[in-house]
Write a protein that binds this ligand. Structure first.
Ligand code: SF4
Length: 290
């Protein structure tokens, strides 16, 4: 066997060893982090401005099982004004590592605007109201502010980076009743609200009063369609999928919220109204084109 062949064999052997070694190390450290890593919170970039607080939270849910459902921000500001601010809001229950954004209301602005904030102490608590578990993180106000304003990783990026299985980890804290008023698929439209004012079902309400005249009263005249100027989702979506079931071209339900698809059609106001009326938490808002 020639010397060059032996050299190539040795080089290939070393390369394979290197690759296997690196893979084993990354697996080892990933597992180590999962099993023994401390709970960790990351402040994330929120999709909306204002009072919305976005964060990702990782913990070993096998070792410390908890159904986390509340975020609490506390400011201890003994040398400033106000001396204490606390803002607490619920979110969809999470049983393993997750990322969410929560509308904290005007309290967040009051907290960030406190005089002496930079020297105050901020406490972030991720809480399970049912299990009494609290994960607490303390930091200086200046550090908190920097983390909030410098956050540039989105929730989607955090979920992808940490390979979070968002479907398995979520359970809504609100029991959503089965909406029997959502009808079976209407040909060419998908599911729709079964109600008298929906022209698709106008005929079905005819029998309610037992006469043709009564039918007109029950169903009313078929509503005229209209165009939408703008549609948006306010904070508080509980990802129930109702809007997407009704108007898939407009609404896209993500892991933690619902968004309006880019270039969503705005020419079917009746259907938009139907989706808004089906939203159990009434966060779908729209304005009618003039
Ligand atoms: S219907 Fe409302 S709560 Fe349900 S996914 Fe749509 S926006 Fe969210």
């Amino acid at each position: 066997m020639s010397t060059s062949l032996i050299a190539m064999g040795v080089a290939a052997f070393m390369v394979i060893n290197l690759v296997v070694g690196l893979a084993a190390l990354s697996l080892l450290f990933g597992t180590f982090e999962t099993l023994f890593g401390k709970p960790k919170i990351n402040l994330l970039k929120s999709s909306k401005s204002g009072n919305v607080f976005a964060f990702g939270f990782k913990w070993n849910s096998a070792k410390e099982p908890a159904a986390l459902d509340t975020i609490r921000l506390r400011l201890f500001n003994p040398f400033g004004t106000p001396t204490q601010v606390e803002v607490s809001k619920p979110f969809e229950t999470k049983k393993s590592s997750f990322a969410v954004e929560v509308d904290m209301g005007p309290g967040l602005i009051e907290l960030l605007g406190a005089k002496g904030f930079d020297h105050a102490t901020m406490q972030i608590e991720v809480v399970s109201s049912k299990d009494g578990v609290v994960f607490q993180f303390d930091m200086k106000g200046s550090k908190f502010k920097k983390l909030v304003f410098d956050a540039n990783q989105t929730i989607a990026e955090y979920i992808a980076q940490n390979k979070l299985d968002v479907k398995k980890t979520s359970k809504s804290p609100i029991d959503i009743p089965v909406r029997s008023f959502i009808a079976d698929t209407v040909p060419g439209r998908g599911p729709a609200l079964k109600m008298a004012t929906n022209p698709v079902f106008a005929g079905e309400f005819a029998g309610a009063s037992g006469s043709a005249a009564g039918a007109a009263v029950a169903a009313g005249p078929a509503a005229e369609n209209f165009k939408i100027a703008k549609v948006w989702i306010e904070p508080g979506c509980i990802v129930c999928n109702a809007c997407e079931d009704i108007y898939k071209d407009v609404f896209e339900v993500l892991a933690d919220t619902c968004i309006i698809r880019p270039n969503a059609p705005l020419d079917d106001g009746l259907r938009m109204q139907e989706a808004a009326e089906a939203c159990p938490v009434e966060v779908i808002k729209y304005t009618i084109a003039s």
